[in-house]
Design a protein around this ligand. Structure first.
Ligand code: NAG
Ligand code: NAG
Length: 248
């Protein structure tokens, strides 16, 4: 009787201390012929992102949602390159006539600029003169309001302008008609190209023209038509391109 009682106690004790089957390790389950236990709630499955609320002591990983395209700021000077790839110099920075020519003077006559571009590299931008020797306004763009078109010798001036919206036709300001947001910037080549908007709102093929005789820069829509209309050979122009260059 006494030994039976002890045996019963021992069995009860054993039953209480043996872990329930759902707590067995998979090795214990397999040893007893049971299938492996299913994944527990909260366990990380391959391919699933850890939930920051169920994992303690770990930093939240950055949100994977797409970030808005931030703007990147560029600073430098504008190199003027001839039609055949020869660097002519940098845009000038004059008290009179502002920027419209190549600097053949010292460093203080060299224009410095800054602008911001979306990381996508797309869209029209404006260019701000950061060390102007000339009075405001301080953006650089088109200053007159002719219509540029194929077959037409018309020209549009280049100089310091007010800030105007992208794709805006020329905006009258003082004795000028201004467009500032006419530029595109190629993130790879660093080329700055101009896209003038005609007074009727149409977008013009815009070529930057250079007269080496009087060191002047302006815009034309058709450089051949312009040169054909010229009577004085001193007024012949060639096309040039602009590139952002680092400061010295
Ligand atoms: C506007 O007037 C200023 C100062 O008189 C002159 O320097 C500039 O060339 C003029 N601009 C145009 C587009 O005529
Ligand atoms: C320079 O030459 C261009 C023609 O190529 C002319 O339109 C412009 O008025 C001239 N500028 C000066 C300052 O003489």
């Amino acid at each position: 009787m006494h030994s039976f009682f002890v045996a019963c106690l021992a069995l009860l004790f054993a039953a209480l201390t043996i872990a329930a089957p759902q707590d067995w390790t998979n090795a214990q389950r397999l040893a007893r012929g049971l299938p492996p236990s299913p994944p527990k709630f909260g366990r990380i499955l391959p391919g699933y992102v850890r939930s920051p609320t169920t994992v303690s002591g770990e930093k939240r990983s950055p949100s994977p949602s797409p970030s808005p395209s931030p703007l990147k700021k560029y600073e430098g000077r504008v190199q003027v390159v001839s039609y055949d790839g020869e660097p002519l110099g940098y845009l000038r920075n004059w008290a009179t006539d502002s920027v419209s020519g190549v600097n053949y003077g010292g460093p203080s006559s060299e224009l410095h600029v800054s602008f911001t571009v979306p990381n996508s590299g797309k869209g029209l931008i404006n260019i701000l003169a950061t060390n102007p020797n000339f009075p405001a306004p301080y953006y650089i763009g088109t200053t007159t309001s002719a219509t540029l078109a194929p077959g037409s010798p018309s020209v549009v001036g280049f100089g310091n302008v007010e800030n105007t919206p992208p794709l805006s036709p020329p905006v009258p300001y003082a004795n000028q008609s201004d467009e500032s947001d006419i530029w595109t910037f190629d993130l790879t080549t660093k080329q700055l190209k101009a896209y003038y908007i005609n007074p009727d709102g149409s977008s013009a093929d815009t070529t930057i023209a250079y007269n080496i005789w009087n060191n002047s820069i302006f815009f034309v829509g058709d450089i051949d038509a312009y040169n054909k209309a010229v009577t004085d050979p001193d007024y012949l122009v060639s096309s040039v391109t602009f590139y952002l260059a680092d400061l010295d």
